[in-house]
Ligand binder design. Structure first.
Ligand SMILES: Nc1ncnc2c1ncn2[C@@H]1O[C@H](COP(=O)(O)OP(=O)(O)OP(=O)(O)O)[C@@H](O)[C@H]1O
Length: 223
């Protein structure tokens, strides 16, 4: 699969996917294609299914109908290749409660050392802690952080590793305008490094700044 990373085709593709649980519709039929070096905004009102679509694209949720594929292969988060190629920050974000901020990042680096080969984008590595302005928080534990600081640490963890696709669920949430700008810059840099990016957001400014196309969940698509 790694050989396909340098291709020009789809990195991640969902075709006519929909999700329902016990008769309740979580995601109406939706199609989207993520390609190298391109960023797609996932848009739609509260409850439309944006997070659900990102979960499907991350292989965390299997659609009831339609196909979801990474490099043409069916998505399943238990597949090591899927985990290697996709970095995702999707609600609820997870940080290890017993690790300091520095150790969360060190763990990511240790886990992904040597994994960069074949990935389209090599991430920021140890630079993630500076990139998101969290150096002063390095020795704190998650429960010693504000909700916005936790979001910044979660972003740093997500961006600290190589990945071919980056999936972000409202990455700007709980952040002040300056920190939102850091998110935009990080997404643009990852995209320009060759990552295929999709992010759900209600922030029209962020969407206009970083997205080249969008998919409207429950509506028409330009992606
Ligand atoms: N486990 C579940 N069982 C049943 N319905 C669910 C479940 N999880 C989510 N839903 C419903 O699925 C729909 C889509 O939820 P989702 O979180 O994907 O929406 P969203 O577009 O991300 O919303 P928001 O903008 O508010 O974050 C919502 O109507 C939600 O109430």
């Amino acid at each position: 699969m790694a050989g396909a990373v340098d291709g020009v085709g789809a990195v991640l593709e969902a075709t006519g996917v929909s999700v329902e649980i016990d008769g309740a519709e979580l995601l109406p039929e939706t199609s989207v294609t993520l390609t190298r070096g391109a960023c797609v905004a996932v848009r739609g009102p509260n409850g439309a299914g944006k997070t659900t679509l990102l979960r499907v694209l991350a292989g965390r949720m299997r659609p009831n109908r339609g196909r979801a594929e990474l490099f043409g292969r069916r998505l399943d988060e238990r597949d090591r290749e899927v985990r290697r190629h996709i970095a995702a920050l999707i609600e609820p974000p997870t940080l290890y409660p017993d690790l300091t901020v520095r150790d969360q990042l060190a763990l990511v680096e240790a886990a992904w050392e040597g994994e960069a080969e074949g990935a389209a984008w090599h991430g920021f590595g140890s630079g993630a802690i500076d990139r998101f302005g969290i150096a002063a928080l390095a020795t704190r534990f998650p429960n010693e952080l504000s909700s916005g600081q936790r979001q910044l640490v979660s972003l740093a963890v997500t961006f600290a590793r190589p990945a071919s696709a980056l999936l972000l669920d409202e990455p700007e949430q709980r952040l002040d305008p300056d920190r939102r700008s850091l998110v935009a810059e990080a997404v643009l840099e990852a995209r320009d490094g060759g990552a295929a990016v999709a992010f759900a957001s209600h922030d029209a400014e962020l969407v206009a700044r970083v997205a080249g196309s969008d998919v409207l969940v429950g509506g028409a698509s330009s992606a």
